[in-house]
Design a protein around this ligand. Structure first.
Ligand code: R5P
Length: 320
């Protein structure tokens, strides 16, 4: 990409995923990001964004686990960029925590996403870039302009390169249905692949129950697609639902955000799935079964480069 960008475009990063930030900076021909923040003995972080006066600054930091450390570091970097006189400050958050808390589900709950949105703006973000947020309604919590990128094309590329590409797309819950339908259109060419959906009930943070599979899988090779895998409970329940309904092939699993907390990797390894495709919106997980980690660096670099040059980004958007 254009090396002239280097004069005013700066990528800044924290401890959450410096490898991704370095890859994005290299693709853009921008200076390598400064080292992530130092940590004081009591746990406080003190980021140093360097000399960014007048620059177009992109603070790249996903907020996967440890969620609050990464979120606070992101806020501190935004504040530091603003105080250092950056010309424009964009938060690039490939995985944004709290996106699932975009509404109240009990009278005693807050709206976590709204709190995060306000904090990002107060810290100095003038714009937000994310990848595959949990819902299309996500943007409504933000007064800032938001660009929601999608890794769908990456997943499609990975899936079509499998020795036996999928023939049916399965949404493991109703929330994943728009993503499954989008993937089915991308995979199916002129006629979309069929879609099936699992009706899921969440029992606790780490346990869910599949109530029923709506649609037919049978002897077709299935891909189960979700925006994120946290504990693996949702995927486990979906795989069980497919077995229960007599699916004959082990499914492929594809997801954008592989948080894989606790024993999720072992849980997935025990499911007998054909393969797992994820992206590196958070650092690539280890100890996974037949895993392919697809990098979002080119997608993010493309978006940042276009935003820097004030070019259209509509075709990159998850929700045109
Ligand atoms: C929820 O609606 C999300 O789309 C995912 O299905 C969920 O967060 C996955 O979490 P877990 O892996 O813990 O079931």
């Amino acid at each position: 990409m254009a090396s002239s960008l280097a004069s005013s475009l700066r990528i800044v990063t924290g401890n959450a995923h410096p490898d991704l930030a370095r890859a994005v900076a290299a693709l853009l021909g921008a200076p390598p990001p400064p080292d992530p923040a130092e940590r004081f003995p009591d746990g406080e972080l003190r980021p140093d964004v360097g000399r960014v006066q007048g620059a177009d600054v992109y603070v790249l930091q996903p907020t996967g686990p440890p969620v609050h450390d990464n979120l606070v570091e992101l806020l501190l970097m935004l504040d530091a960029s603003r105080r250092a006189g950056a010309g424009r400050v964009t938060a690039v958050v490939p995985y944004l925590a709290y996106a699932r808390q975009e509404r109240r589900t009990s009278p005693g709950h807050g709206i976590g996403l709204r709190v995060v949105a306000d904090a990002l703006a107060a810290a100095g973000a003038q714009r937000l870039v994310v990848v595959d947020p949990h819902t299309a309604g996500f943007e409504a919590s933000f007064a800032l302009p938001v660009l929601s990128l999608t890794a769908c094309a990456l997943l499609v590329e990975g899936l079509t390169q499998l020795p036996a590409p999928p023939e049916v797309v399965v949404a493991p819950d109703l929330g994943a249905l728009p993503l499954a339908e989008h993937l089915a259109r991308c995979l199916g060419g002129p006629s979309a692949l069929p879609v099936a959906v699992v009706r899921k009930t969440r029992i606790s943070g780490a346990h869910v129950r599949a109530e029923m599979l709506i649609g037919t899988v049978g002897d077709r090779r299935a891909v189960i697609v979700d925006d994120m895998i946290t504990t693996g409970a949702t995927i486990e329940a979906a795989v069980a639902a497919l077995h229960h309904r007599g699916a004959t092939h082990p499914p492929v699993v594809a997801a954008t955000h592989a948080l894989l907390v606790g024993s999720a990797a072992d849980r997935l390894a025990g499911l007998g799935i054909a393969s797992l495709l994820v992206t590196d919106t958070v650092p690539a997980p280890t100890r996974l079964p037949a895993t392919a980690v697809l990098s979002v660096a080119p997608l993010v670099a493309d978006a940042v480069g276009r935003l820097h040059r004030d070019e259209p980004v509509d075709d990159l958007s998850a929700f045109p």
